[in-house]
Design a protein around this ligand. Structure first.
Ligand code: AMP
Ligand code: MG
Length: 398
């Protein structure tokens, strides 16, 4: 049977369908970074929760210091954390620290720099208007209102806000568990010496890093040689232990295509996506375990992750937007591209620049060029020649 062919969009949908929305779990804040809030967060308290001082200084009635310089007796000392404060009697001052509750009766704070800093009697050298250096209850957040809406991506400021309104944990879709398995009899662990004909295994760390970057939890399995039985036994042992298994290598047209040989007819369909690099792909369910099989060339594997698995993981995590930002730029050099396939070239595009500079050639083994790039140049399937200076679509990777 001829291999099915897919456009990039069609195959993205195919992979996304293997990864349904992950279940929501109430998760301590420390575990939420980068995840998506599943329900609106309603503030349990106002921010600030009480009127307080924005400065170290003296709580006063503005009218009492209108004729500055004036000397006022210091009737109390209010550090941050004081839970009960005495009212401010007219004609007196309370020494007050930043974040300390404002005493009833005070309507301004004189910062310490405008005084002599006295502890028994303070001389205030400057008049201040009513309201100076006060932070009023509810100025930032009013209790009972939504402070973070469902769908918000939880970065550092959002997590800080959740804590500030008293939430210790948030409902988020849990992190997907992703198994990463490389194949190839030529592979050797980095750190070990190569014999002639061997190469260091690099796809698993690359894919795992990509998984972690979007909020997943990657487990790298010991890579397997091009041995169908060994490969099958690793896959069988891990059924039910993860949300998806990603393999690399062994899906092309050659002999010894271990992934293809092991999984054809067992739930995985091997197809051709009209893209370069990354054309040969496989995906399906093996004993209930979603499997996504990428080609082995490092740039092909990386691009496969970028185009197919990354958006699927983001979608399962509840991200509303799963696409990278894009730009239009002028090609700094001419490029050629195969007919009938979308080609992704590696490039550099600096923000503010009108140009994109291709980095390295189209070869899918050119990992150093990829590592030196910050974008992909997308050349549509019907374009075979991109002249220097032509406008192209750029996918921004950082
Ligand atoms: P394959 O898809 O198995 O035919 O591999 C294509 C090319 O990618 C070959 O040159 C492999 O040696 C190389 N390759 C496959 N897997 C890896 C890997 N995990 N790390 C680095 N290179 C790999
Ligand atoms: Mg191989």
């Amino acid at each position: 049977m001829a291999k099915r062919t897919y456009s990039v969009r069609e195959y993205q949908a195919e992979v996304a369908a293997l990864l349904p929305a992950l279940p929501v779990a109430v998760t301590p804040l420390a575990g939420c970074r980068g995840l998506v809030l599943a329900e609106d967060l309603v503030a349990a308290v106002s921010l600030p929760p009480f009127d307080n001082s924005a400065m170290d200084g003296y709580a006063v009635r503005a009218a009492d210091v209108a004729g500055a310089p004036v000397a006022l007796p210091v009737a109390d000392d209010i550090p941050a954390g004081r839970t009960a404060v005495r009212p401010l009697e007219p004609g007196t001052a309370h020494r007050i620290m930043t974040g300390a509750p404002l005493p009833p009766g005070a309507d301004a704070v004189v910062q310490v720099e405008l005084t002599d800093g006295g502890t028994e009697v303070v001389t205030v050298n400057s008049a201040v208007p009513v309201g100076r250096h006060l932070r009023m209850v509810g100025e930032d957040v009013v209790a009972g209102t939504v402070v973070l809406s469902a769908g918000t991506v939880l970065g550092p400021p959002q997590l800080g806000l959740a804590a500030a309104v008293g939430a210790a944990a948030l409902p988020v879709r849990r992190r997907p568990r992703v198994l990463v398995l490389s194949t190839g009899s030529e592979l050797v662990e980095p750190g070990r010496e190569l014999e002639f004909g061997q190469i260091h295994e690099s796809n698993s760390v690359l894919i795992a890093a990509g998984v972690e970057e979007v909020g997943g939890v990657a487990e790298v399995l010991r890579f397997v040689p091009d041995d169908v039985e060994e490969f099958r036994s690793v896959v069988a042992a891990r059924a039910g232990t993860a949300d998806v298994l990603v393999t690399s290598g062994g899906v092309s047209a050659g002999a010894y295509e271990v992934v293809k040989d092991a999984l054809t007819g067992r739930g995985v369909e091997f197809v051709r996506v009209l893209v370069q690099p990354g054309g040969p792909q496989g995906s399906g369910l093996v004993d209930g375990l979603p499997v996504v099989a990428f080609p082995g060339n490092p740039v092909s594997a990386a691009l496969s992750f970028e185009l197919f698995l990354r958006p699927a993981l983001l979608g399962a995590l509840g991200h509303r937007s799963v696409d990278r930002p894009r730009a239009r730029a002028r090609a700094a050099a001419a490029m050629t591209s195969p007919a009938g396939r979308v080609q992704y070239r590696r490039g550099r595009h600096d923000s503010g620049s009108v140009e994109v500079v291709p980095v390295g050639g189209p070869g899918s083994h050119l990992l150093a060029s990829f590592a030196a790039s910050n974008c992909l140049i997308e050349i549509p399937e019907d374009v075979t020649e991109v002249p220097e200076g032509a406008e192209v679509d750029v996918v921004l990777l950082d």
